[in-house]
Design a protein around this ligand. Structure first.
Ligand code: ZN
Length: 283
């Protein structure tokens, strides 16, 4: 018997483990993707809501009995499609630019109008906002557009942990336009400059032990930032290593794949539109 797994099994099979006494990793998509649950004495912060399989809230409520505050690292389908399980969600002001990446037919494998709160309230988080969980303070950083237009970082200074969504990760950072919005602003130099500025900002934090991305391994060493900064510098210097072979099954299926290349620097790499990248290469 060869039974096909259901969509909910594929997109909504979660596994959780603790990385500190009050911090959970919730992994899904066969362990390649993560959400986080940060508990304070009074409240718990859920960082991202997954693909919208409809069974995340129930899973999280088994991990914590505290009031849950749901936030999005950014407004892409694998991070925010499950928002409708919650009455309200905290998002970045840039969410509207990236919203078509969730609402475009085919981007999400579930009918989000069937969620308990399809018209959930969106609360906008601003740079330096504080989320108080009770004896645990999380600072919000509004992020310059690099991976997307709607990223926020969540910084737990006391623990030296920063949650960065898809802006930095160990596999590769997608720096091509992935908004599904023809009117979204996208300037290659601005993206690269922002990407570097975001890395420098994290490096300047008073305390940093680990970086927590949402894909391809967590946590990762802060030294990835050095490589990403060098990567941008080497594009402008015209010395960065460009690879036409993407070596990524999922991205290779994307219609954009033939326009992309991988640029690598030490242990870090990015996917980017090759033609646009060459327009600033060595300049
Ligand atoms: Zn993602």
């Amino acid at each position: 018997m060869n039974e096909q797994p259901s969509l909910q099994e594929i997109f909504g099979s979660y596994m959780s483990y603790k990385i500190t006494d009050n911090t959970w990793v919730i992994s899904f998509m066969n362990g390649s993707q993560y959400m986080y649950l940060l508990e304070g004495d009074e409240k718990a912060l859920l960082i991202d809501t997954g693909f919208g399989a409809g069974n995340l809230r129930e899973f999280v409520e088994r991990l914590t009995s505290k009031e849950i505050i749901a936030v999005n690292t950014h407004f892409h389908p694998d991070h925010s499609a499950g928002n409708g399980e919650f009455e309200e969600v905290f998002v970045s002001a840039g969410w509207e630019i990236d919203a078509p990446s969730v609402s475009t037919p085919g981007m999400v494998p579930f009918d989000l109008s069937k969620m308990p709160y399809p018209d959930y309230k969106k609360n906008i988080l601003k740079d330096n906002d504080i989320i108080e969980l009770g004896n645990r303070t999380i600072r919000v950083f509004d992020v310059l557009p690099a991976h997307c237009n709607s990223s926020l970082f969540f910084y737990d200074e006391q623990a030296g942990m920063i949650f960065v969504g898809d802006e930095f990760e160990a596999g590769q950072v997608n720096l091509f336009d992935n908004s599904c919005n023809p009117n979204a602003p996208y300037d290659i130099k601005e993206r690269l400059d922002n990407f570097k500025a975001n890395a420098l900002k994290i490096q300047s934090l008073p305390k940093l032990s680990y970086i927590f991305p949402n894909h391809n391994g967590t946590p990762i060493a802060a030294s990835y930032l050095d490589d990403f900064i060098k990567l941008v510098d080497n594009i402008y210097a015209g010395t960065a290593a460009i690879e036409d072979k993407l070596n990524h099954k999922y991205i290779e299926m994307d219609p954009k794949a033939p326009t992309l290349c991988r640029v690598r620097q030490d242990k870090a790499s990015i996917f980017i539109n090759k033609q646009l990248m060459l327009s600033v290469y060595g300049k």
